[in-house]
Structure formats: structure tokens, C-alpha cells
Write a protein that binds this ligand. Structure first.
Ligand SMILES: Nc1nc2c(ncn2[C@@H]2O[C@H](COP(=O)(O)OP(=O)(O)O)[C@@H](O)[C@H]2O)c(=O)[nH]1
Ligand SMILES: [Mg+2]
Length: 364
């Protein structure tokens, strides 16, 4: 698959990007978002207190907009935080809520695209990347991690990350990363793995994507505090034994993930969302409607038939409009030429009569 690049060509206009964070309560999602945005865009109110962590379950998913700048490019970033879930309780409703949210954004586009008249205020809220926070257990993926990633991957670019990675030693982390990727492979979970094509892509892309792929799952360290290191304020976590710097590539993969999301792979994540994930959803919905099963009543055949008739009508209407424009232009050109001709004829007649007058004068 060829990789398309965002970056500089968007420098003037700015770009929009939507990122969702998913994971169990206390895995560091809120802290990550605030670290990424370098401000407190999400509050910790609920998850900070383990006693009331379960209340998160019922939270409605609400997107938050933030303006960022990455490498000189203005980014209108939308962050979608999701309800955290617990270890042992029934997580089904949280799973459904997340998948439901992703699909609703696709449904909105589908509806908008089949309208005869576009809504000028329509907002495309499709999620371009989803960070799945794996807790730093050091073992392997848990059943719920596998289950959730499996269900999310067909709808969104899932990027697995390990939250609070500083809870592990470097060698524990290496082993854990390896086991996580083995599980992902074993269960055939189609996570976003910085796809590249050895035939089609250039050397630099292959090298860069290969390197990012080798870092999966990204080891995340987040911090809302800045610490003075040699006269410079850096985001870091302080421990009795030392300091973990968020942006230090030796300490965590945060910096690599940030630049991949907001710079090098932003365009690729967006085009995969539009060209592959959304298209797949649309096709599935269409075929489900053609062959509805008993317990699927999300969209009625009538509704879809109307939708496809509308789409055809819209297409016809646009073609007619184009033809009409051409017709009008040709008519305009003909009438201009005619006027020119009339004007020339008149000028000629004027000239003739003046010549005639001169001729008759010189006769005298
Ligand atoms: N050691 C460590 N602790 C973290 C990190 N990120 C967050 N925490 C702490 O973990 C707790 C839960 O973090 P929070 O961001 O609220 O998690 P959320 O429930 O997933 O949103 C808080 O006490 C944070 O200070 C990290 O990278 N390393
Ligand atoms: Mg939180």
C-alpha cells in the first residue's frame, strides 16, 4: 500500500485530525491527552479516585477540539475520550458505546452524501486513529484487550500503546512489547502497523515505517508537570531514583508517536479512514440491506432504496446542471458574436455612406 504524506503541503491551510483514546480506567489516557496538547484539556475528576472509577462507565462520549501546531502546521485536533472500563465487570456496554460512536460518524457522512442539498454546516467527525491503552502488566494481552481491539480494528485505525510504560524496566518492556505483538498476530487483529509496499514506496518511507512498526506497541509516558532540567522546563515524571522525560526517545516512545500522528502519518491515517474503513462500512451496510438478517434492523430497505434513488437523482441533476451551463455559455458566445457582427455591419454602412457623401462632394 502506497503511503501518502501530509506535512508541508498543508502548512498554509491547516489540517483537521480526530483522535480517540480507549482503555481501562487508570491506564493514563487523560494524562496522555494533556501531555499531547500541552494543556489540561481533559480533567481527571473521575478517574483520579479509584473508589468512583466505575462511574466512568456511564459517561457520554464527547469530542473536544484543540488547536495545535506541529512542525509549523496548524492542526485542528479533535480528541475523543471514551469511558474507561474496569478489569472484571461486564464491559460489553462500554464496548458497544465505542463501536456505536465510530459507526454513527460514518452514518452521518452517509446521510450527508445522499442529501440533495448539502448542509453547509455539516462536520465530518470520523475518527482517524484510535489509541488503545494496554495496561503495563508485563504479562501479555488480556482477553478483553484482544476482544476490544478485534471489534474496533475493522472500523478505525487502531494503534496499540502501553500506558504508564515507566512502570516497567527496559527489559520487561521489551519482552512485553514482543508478547503483545505476538498476540496481535496470533489473533489476526488488523491494527494500524504503518503499512508500506516494498515495491511501490521509496526507501525513506520503507525505513521510516519499518522503524515505527518495530516500536509497536508504543511505550507511553505522560506527565502534566514540567521539571527544570539544566534551566529548561521539560515534561517529565520525577522519582526518587531519577527523572523520566516524556520527550526523550530513550525514555519513552511518546515523541515518535506524537510526530507520527500529527505529522508524518496524519494524511495516511485520514485517507485509510476515508478510502478503506468508511468504504468497507458503506458496502457492508448496503449488502446488509440487500440481504437483511432477522435481528438487523438498523436501516430499512425502503430507506436505502430511497437513498440510492436520491444519489442517482443527485448525479443526474449535477450532469444536467453542467450541460445547461455549457448551453448557456455557447448561447452567450453566439449572441456576443452576433452583436459584434451587427456592430461591424453598422460601421461598414457608416463608412460606405461617408464615402458616398465624400464622393458626391468631390463631384462638385
Ligand atoms: N507512572 C506513570 N503514571 C502515570 C502516567 N500517566 C498517568 N499516570 C498516573 O496514573 C493515574 C491515572 O491516570 P489518568 O490519566 O487519569 O488515567 P485514565 O483513567 O486512563 O484517564 C494518575 O494518577 C496519573 O498521574 C505515566 O506515564 N506513568
Ligand atoms: Mg481519564
Amino acid at each position: 500500500m502506497a503511503t501518502r504524506r501530509g506535512g508541508r503541503k498543508n502548512a498554509k491551510k491547516g489540517v483537521q485530525f480526530t483522535l480517540m483514546v480507549v482503555g481501562a480506567s487508570g491506564t493514563g489516557r487523560t494524562t496522555f491527552v494533556n501531555t499531547l496538547c500541552e494543556s489540561e484539556v481533559l480533567s481527571h475528576k473521575i478517574s483520579d479516585n479509584p473508589e468512583s472509577a466505575h462511574i466512568e462507565e456511564g459517561i457520554k462520549i464527547k469530542p473536544i477540539n484543540v488547536e495545535l501546531e506541529e512542525d509549523g502546521v496548524r492542526i485542528a485536533l479533535t480528541i475523543v475520550d471514551t469511558p474507561g472500563f474496569g478489569d472484571n465487570i461486564d464491559n460489553e456496554s462500554a464496548f458497544q458505546e465505542i463501536v456505536g460512536y465510530l459507526e454513527r460518524q460514518y452514518d452521518d457522512i452517509l446521510a450527508e452524501q445522499s442529501r440533495i442539498k448539502r448542509n453547509p454546516r455539516f462536520r465530518d467527525n470520523r475518527v482517524h486513529a484510535l489509541l488503545y491503552f494496554i495496561p503495563p502488566t508485563g504479562h501479555a494481552l488480556r482477553e478483553m484487550d484482544i476482544e476490544l481491539m478485534k471489534r474496533l480494528s475493522p472500523r478505525v485505525n487502531v494503534i496499540p500503546v502501553i500506558g504508564k510504560a515507566d512502570s516497567m524496566t527496559p527489559s520487561e518492556l521489551r519482552g512485553f512489547k514482543k508478547r503483545v505483538m505476538e498476540d496481535i498476530e496470533h489473533y489476526g487483529i488488523p491494527v494500524y502497523n504503518f503499512p508500506y509496499d516494498v515495491e511501490e514506496d521509496d526507501e525513506d518511507t520503507i525505513a521510516e515505517n519499518g522503524e515505527l512498526r518495530s516500536l509497536l506497541p508504543f511505550a507511553i509516558v505522560g506527565s502534566e508537570d514540567e521539571i527544570d532540567i539544566g534551566g529548561q522546563l521539560v515534561r517529565a515524571r520525577m522519582y526518587p531514583w531519577g527523572i523520566v522525560e516524556v520527550d526523550n526517545l530513550k525514555h519513552s516512545d511518546f515523541g515518535r508517536l506524537r510526530s507520527a500522528l500529527l505529522n508524518s502519518h496524519l494524511a495516511d491515517l485520514k485517507s485509510l479512514t476515508d478510502d478503506v474503513l468508511y468504504e468497507t462500512y458503506r458496502t457492508e451496510k448496503l449488502s446488509r440491506t440487500m440481504h437483511p438478517t432477522e435481528n438487523d434492523s438498523s436501516i430499512l430497505p425502503d430507506e436505502l432504496a430511497t437513498q440510492s434513488v436520491r444519489l442517482k437523482e443527485e448525479q443526474l441533476r449535477r450532469e444536467e446542471e453542467k450541460l445547461r451551463e455549457i448551453e448557456l455559455r455557447v448561447q452567450r458566445e453566439i449572441s456576443e458574436k452576433r452583436q459584434e457582427l451587427v456592430a461591424k455591419e453598422e460601421a461598414l454602412r457608416n463608412l460606405e455612406s461617408r464615402l458616398a457623401a465624400q464622393g458626391s462632394m468631390s463631384d462638385f
